[in-house]
Design a protein around this ligand. Structure first.
Ligand SMILES: Cc1cc2nc3c(=O)[nH]c(=O)nc-3n(C[C@H](O)[C@H](O)[C@H](O)COP(=O)(O)OP(=O)(O)OC[C@H]3O[C@@H](n4cnc5c(N)ncnc54)[C@H](O)[C@@H]3O)c2cc1C
Length: 508
């Protein structure tokens, strides 16, 4: 059978490919870069209902997201863990009228006062109600007094605590989705292929994928195609000759990562969800290995999403917010170990502010192509499975096939354990990864470059210590596994070091 081709191997493309593979459909996924290297690698890494969307009256989206949160916590515990969030409040009242104003008028309403404890409590009560049946603890309000163990700034008198979840590595989760899809296809005897670093183009009724890393080109006569190009969705559509109005209008969001033990202690294992001076909610999140992740901003963005970098103004804004909420752990620019910036694939909209643009997804069907074709517009990490289910239903209906969404109950395990505590085998220089585990990742997880290993498969980008020697030993493993030519090893290390510096502000 001709395959369904998914263009874009971000979290949404990967979830869709898995959904199709689970339905016994031959599937090919093509990405012009690496798996999970688009917006998926630049988010706040939360699996959440989206408390903020309640103010815009988007209960349907919140309800769907909370149901998916529960599924991910249950089915993918290797990747998604529950996390307590604390909303610090200065006063008992306030924010109710603003909340109502936003609910009735959406983005047109301009909030005037900070959210008080009762307004937050009301929102959280509603949130818990929409999540009814969830395994996560319910919200509660705590008065900050002398016994409160981790007090934020003195002006705060209450903390409202509630539950959501964190996916620390959407990059690895996306690979996990594709690995599970491959396993399902193997079991069913169907075809499943992932082609990263391939440019797609159309030649008559054929779709051509040309490798940019020296692999032979491939040609397909697809049964259908789905554009899962995230914020590049309009570019993908243009490359395929799809005539359409602009579907997307991205906004940029930046994050910083700091390694400060006192800040981690102040968080006490939970996250803060606080209001910045401009009323925007910002997260201060524990982020493994002694790190704290702080984000995000929300600014209009024009240009190639791959080139989005956090500006000094955004970094200052995030530092100021953290210092405002937790002044006992004052951060300076020197504490910023890593920064990153991503572009949200939001639907084109005439909303007054970026925050007011809906976070709902849409599945747009195209006509005039040799094959049935759709574009995925919008979506969140949290709702990748439900978006995939909806898109697969549309595709399978057109192919006259039925769809029973096995993804609703199928676990997503981590296929390769990175380090074995009992391991006596050789370790990669300076790291706890066993050489065997890294070799297995290179062989089975579609690794094509040193950046793939450093930024996405091993997540070394966010490790407290990262040494050039580690990059050199990883590059050597890529050479030994036949992925990198021996004479390219030093150049690959130099390219990675330079990208870490210019794109992420990380100096080795
Ligand atoms: C700052 C920020 C914070 C966020 N926080 C959260 C959060 O906490 N929780 C949450 O649920 N969601 C969050 N999101 C949203 C979420 O990250 C995105 O909606 C999601 O990652 C989009 O995934 P995607 O697969 O649609 O797109 P992408 O991840 O961008 O994938 C698109 C893929 O298409 C590929 N591509 C591009 N052009 C081509 C081409 N011509 N041919 C082939 N392939 C191509 C790219 O290389 C890329 O891999 C956040 C987003 C941002 C920006």
């Amino acid at each position: 059978m001709s395959p369904v081709v998914v263009i874009g191997a971000g979290i949404n493309g990967a979830a869709l490919a898995r959904e199709l593979a689970l339905s016994g459909v031959d599937t090919v996924v093509i990405d012009s870069a690496d798996i999970g290297s688009g917006t998926t690698a630049y988010s706040s890494r939360l699996v959440h209902g989206g408390l903020r969307y309640l103010e815009f009256g988007d209960t349907e989206l919140v309800h769907e997201s909370l149901a998916e949160r529960e599924r991910l916590v249950t089915l993918a515990p290797d990747f998604v863990q529950p996390l307590e969030f604390r909303v610090p409040c200065e006063r008992r009242l306030g924010g109710m009228i603003d909340g109502l104003g936003k609910l009735l008028l959406g983005g047109k309403y301009k909030a005037r006062s900070k959210r008080g404890m009762w307004a937050v409590r009301f929102g959280l009560f509603w949130y818990d109600w929409l999540a009814r049946g969830s395994s996560l603890p319910k919200a509660r309000a705590v008065r900050i007094d002398g016994n409160y163990p981790h007090p934020p700034a003195a002006r705060y008198r209450w903390v409202c605590a509630y539950s959501d979840a964190q996916m620390r590595s959407p990059e690895q989760f996306t690979v996990g989705l594709l690995e599970d899809a491959r396993a399902a296809a193997q079991a069913a005897g169907t075809t499943f292929a992932v082609q990263n670093y391939c440019q797609v183009s159309r030649r008559g009724s054929k779709l051509v994928a040309e490798s940019t890393t020296g692999l032979p080109p491939a040609e397909y006569e697809p049964a259908a195609i789905v554009n899962a190009g995230g914020p590049w969705g309009d570019d993908v559509a243009r490359a395929l000759g799809i005539e359409h109005r602009p579907m997307l209008a991205g906004t940029k969001g930046s994050h910083i990562v700091v390694f400060r033990e006192d800040l981690r202690e102040a968080l006490g294992g939970a996250a803060y969800y606080a209001e910045a001076s401009d009323g925007r909610p910002v997260f201060i999140l524990p982020f493994g290995d002694g790190a704290t992740l702080i984000g995000t901003t929300d600014l209009p963005y024009v240009g190639d999403p791959a080139e989005a970098v956090a500006s000094e103004a955004e970094i200052d804004y995030l530092l100021k917010l953290s210092n405002d909420v937790l002044p006992r752990c004052p951060l300076t620019r020197a504490d910023v170990a890593v920064h990153y910036s991503g572009v949200r694939p939001l639907p084109a909209s005439d909303a007054k502010t970026p925050a007011a643009i809906t976070r709902r997804h849409a599945i747009v069907e195209h006509s005039g192509l040799p094959w049935p074709a759709w574009s995925l517009v919008g979506g969140k990490l949290t709702t990748c499975r439900s978006l995939a289910e909806e898109a697969a239903t549309a595709v399978l209906k057109r192919l006259d096939r039925s769809h029973s969404p096995l993804s609703r109950t199928r676990p997503i395990p981590r296929a390769v354990a990175l380090a074995d505590d009992e391991a006596t085998s050789e370790l990669v220089v300076g790291r706890k990864f066993t050489v065997d585990a890294v070799r297995a990742i290179i062989r089975t997880q579609w690794v094509r470059t040193l950046d793939d290993l450093v930024e996405r498969r091993l997540m070394l980008l966010f490790a407290r210590e990262l040494r050039r020697e580690t990059l050199e030993s990883l590059a050597q493993l890529l050479v030994e596994e036949g992925v990198l030519a021996p004479d390219m090893r030093d150049a690959a290390v130099a390219t990675t070091v330079e990208r870490l510096r210019t794109h992420f502000g990380r100096s080795l």
